[in-house]
Design a protein around this ligand. Structure first.
Ligand code: SAM
Length: 272
């Protein structure tokens, strides 16, 4: 078989460092009966060591050439290949989404892993966040700057919509950095491995997560403006006073809890 030529449009940078692969697998700690899905298995750098520890593995891959190679290499009884776009894949088909009060944290549930295609990382993270109720944990390799935004605390330039929406649903942990030389071809950027673990149901206090998302989006769409202006469609001076939040601050100053309080306030406020 001819060597595979990496496709830029699919964000193909294949892991070529056995040491980094071993560290990632060690962080995941796969157990034989885990329900685990790998996004973008590529040439199998992670797939093979994961399968060595698992009874069975699901993968989602978009590149047909790579799928043909995976089919040749791994038996269907061990590896189920879902052919297509991970952005459209229904992860609930692999594990049921449970109501927040029943969600397993920790316990059974879907484990999601991947050295993700960096060109679609943000939409993919938002897509995956919808399945948090079905998930036990997720481990991803991503561009270092994206991981910085995912784990960012309030107050800095990295803190934004991605930070608030993911941190509302997950505990986030940056595990380690990975240099460009660990990949073939080497990307121009540094990478990092991140762990996301769904927060316990008691922590999910937003009455309406769609409204939460709207408010956060509106606040950060004009992040250089004062909240009074960025959220003027939602809140007036009286509202800010009731909430006890200074509207002269900017979006990056508010915590995830502040945003949740604002969304909950809006969901019950009577129209004046
Ligand atoms: N896991 C392999 C490794 O670590 O060497 C490959 C990682 S490479 C960064 C990203 C992989 O995701 C490639 O195999 C690519 O074809 C696949 N991919 C890209 N876009 C995808 C999409 N929308 N859905 C599913 N897989 C995708």
């Amino acid at each position: 078989m001819k060597p595979h030529v990496a496709r830029k449009r699919f964000g193909q940078n294949f892991l070529a460092s056995p040491g980094v692969v071993a560290r990632i697998v060690e962080a995941i700690q796969p157990q034989p009966d885990d329900t685990l899905v790998e996004i973008g298995p590529g040439l199998g750098a992670l797939t093979e060591p994961l399968l060595a520890r698992l009874d069975h593995l699901h993968v989602v891959e978009i590149d047909r050439d790579l799928i043909a190679r995976l089919r040749q290499r791994f038996a269907p009884a061990r590896l189920t290949i879902h052919e297509g776009d991970a952005l459209r894949f229904d992860f609930a088909t692999l594990a049921p989404i449970l109501a927040p009060t029943l969600a397993p944290t920790p316990g059974p549930g879907l484990r999601v892993v991947g050295n993700l295609p960096y060109n679609i990382s943000t939409p993919l993270l938002f897509h995956l966040a919808r399945y948090a109720g079905a998930v036990r944990d997720m481990h991803f390799m991503l561009q270092r700057e994206v991981v910085a935004r995912m784990v960012a605390p309030p107050g800095g330039a990295d803190y934004g919509r991605l930070s608030v929406m993911l941190q509302y649903r997950f505990e986030m942990e940056r595990l380690f950095l990975v240099p460009p030389g660990a990949f073939n071809p080497a990307p121009k950027v540094e990478s990092a491995v991140v762990r996301m673990t769904p927060r316990p149901p008691a922590a999910l206090t937003a009455a309406d997560t769609v409204l939460l998302g709207e408010v956060v989006q509106a606040a950060f769409a004009q992040r250089r403006k004062m909240l009074r202006n960025a959220l003027r469609e939602y809140l007036d001076e009286t509202d800010w006073a009731v909430l006890g939040i200074d509207p002269m601050r900017r979006a990056e100053a508010l915590t995830v809890d502040d945003y949740t309080r604002i969304a909950n306030y809006l969901s019950v406020r009577t129209v004046r």
